[in-house]
Design a binder for this molecule. Structure first.
Ligand SMILES: [Zn+2]
Length: 457
């Protein structure tokens, strides 16, 4: 190691210790400090490691949890970057702080969540063995042009790491198009079967062929623009996945039991995914596909999916007094509609909290809520009471009113602590749908009550 690298490791560790001393959860600063001394420190501290990188709009965090769980099930300890530190500084901090003082990695494996825009910086430094691209959806108020920009950023990232095996969602026409532009070997995953009742999705971020502009046809839909797409003009179509769900046998709030085929095996496996909702089925297929590409036995990974735990704000469960709270982070129309679709599948009386802030980390423009499908849940009759919370609680209330909610059953509060009182008084299960900063506040209020540790510890 060069002296600069030694200093970089020390700077990273000491900055993090100092932040902890003052009870600050800074995740990027230690990485920035390290890079001041050695801009390539990430390359040095990850040398010899076997790394899986997960990028894409939705499902990154959950897919990472599934991968860690699969590695752990086989007795392989892995390193991961939690709490949203998925830009270059955050990834640098995580890997550098977890190296020895001389910069040697302490664990052989790492599962790294990476922001779509940061992939081109991170991937060439850590040379991942496998890169998963989960999907691409319009985030908040992005328009089509921005979705294409994000796709372009991901493409640059993959091109910067040509040795990585690419795991792609076969049902997503946007990310699927990457395969034709890069030299990397590609493995595909998907759902061979439709999942919802709706034939035509309400929401599509990719209605027209990415190659020729003709409107796609679909053999079936799963959700949003995902499904068995084909272009009637140029022939661009859903590739045959190597890993696919062939049949959903049972889906409830505890998880999903389904049948899965793998092109390498002559038989189908029955697997149970310990998290509910269709989008977690995609995350599970991504994890299974990546684990196998990584060289792990498919059966081992499949079995581990049953015990996967929910992660930071993605379907976390809390017990509060006599009631239960399930918290699901929502931050864009597609993810929000899917979370609400999941709530409609609960089919028993419950209460819901919709929390909306408009701070910098959330995006100031919150009009995306008008594109999310609240209508179905409001007409389902299962919501006994609704609480709206946050800086933009009134906007949320208005959205629910237009979705058909009974306004006499909507309560408005501004503070997460007040919301917690409302939740604790509920005689039925409560489901909360916060966006990012409102989730942090709600989680902090829960933490105060239950004494659970802060997420960065
Ligand atoms: Zn076409």
């Amino acid at each position: 190691m060069r002296p600069g690298s030694i200093c970089a490791v020390a700077a990273c560790k000491l900055t993090r210790q100092a932040l902890r001393l003052f009870h600050r959860g800074g995740t990027a600063l230690p990485g920035k400090a390290a890079r001041l001394f050695d801009p390539d420190i990430l390359k040095r501290v990850s040398e010899g490691m076997e790394i899986i990188v997960v990028t894409g709009t939705n499902g990154k965090t959950t897919t990472c949890s599934m991968l860690e769980n699969a590695l752990r099930a086989g007795g392989r300890e892995s390193l991961s970057n939690k709490s949203g530190a998925n830009l270059l500084s955050g990834v640098t901090a995580e890997l550098t702080c977890n190296a020895t003082w001389t910069g040697k990695p302490k664990t052989h494996y790492a599962v790294i969540e990476c922001d779509e825009g940061a992939l081109k910086q991170v991937a060439p430094l850590i040379s991942p063995k496998v890169i998963i691209v989960t999907n691409l959806f319009r985030d908040q108020l992005d328009r089509y042009g921005e979705v294409m920009h994000t796709l372009d950023e991901i493409r640059k990232g993959i091109l910067a790491s040509p040795g990585s095996i690419l795991c792609l969602n076969a049902d997503d026409s946007l990310t699927g198009s990457l395969a034709g532009d890069v030299p990397n070997p590609v493995v595909w995953y998907g759902l061979d079967t439709p999942t919802g009742e709706e034939k035509e999705p309400v929401l599509s971020d990719a209605r027209y062929c990415i190659r020729c502009g003709t409107e796609y046809g679909y053999h079936y839909h799963t959700y949003a623009h995902l499904g068995g797409f084909f272009c009637p003009k140029c022939g661009y179509s859903r590739p045959e996945p190597d890993f696919a769900v062939t049949q959903i046998e049972e889906m409830n709030t505890a998880g999903t039991r389904c049948r899965v085929r793998m092109s390498a095996a002559p038989y189908e496996m029955e697997i149970t995914v310990g998290l509910p909702a269709v989008y977690n089925l995609y995350n599970a297929m991504a994890a299974l596909c990546a684990c196998t590409a990584f060289g792990l036995p498919a059966e081992e990974c499949a079995a581990s999916l049953k015990t996967v735990h929910s992660s930071f704000g993605r379907m976390e469960n809390f017990i509060l007094g006599k009631t239960s709270l399930q918290m699901i982070l929502v931050k864009n129309p597609a993810g929000c509609s899917q979370a609400l679709e999941y709530l409609s599948s609960v089919k028993e009386p419950c209460r819901a909290v919709f929390a909306l802030n408009d701070r910098t980390a959330d995006g100031h423009d919150i009009s995306w809520i008008w594109d999310a499908d609240y209508e179905k849940i409001c007409s389902s009759g299962i919501l006994q009471e609704i609480l709206v919370l946050g800086d933009r609680a009134e906007d949320m209330q208005l959205r629910l009113k237009y979705a058909g909610a009974d306004t006499s059953r909507i309560t408005i509060v501004r503070e997460a602590r007040e919301a917690l009182k409302w939740i604790e008084a509920s005689p039925v299960p409560v489901f909360a749908f916060p966006n990012y900063t409102s989730m942090l506040e709600l989680r902090e209020a829960v933490r105060e009550r239950t004494g659970e540790k802060e997420f960065w510890q």
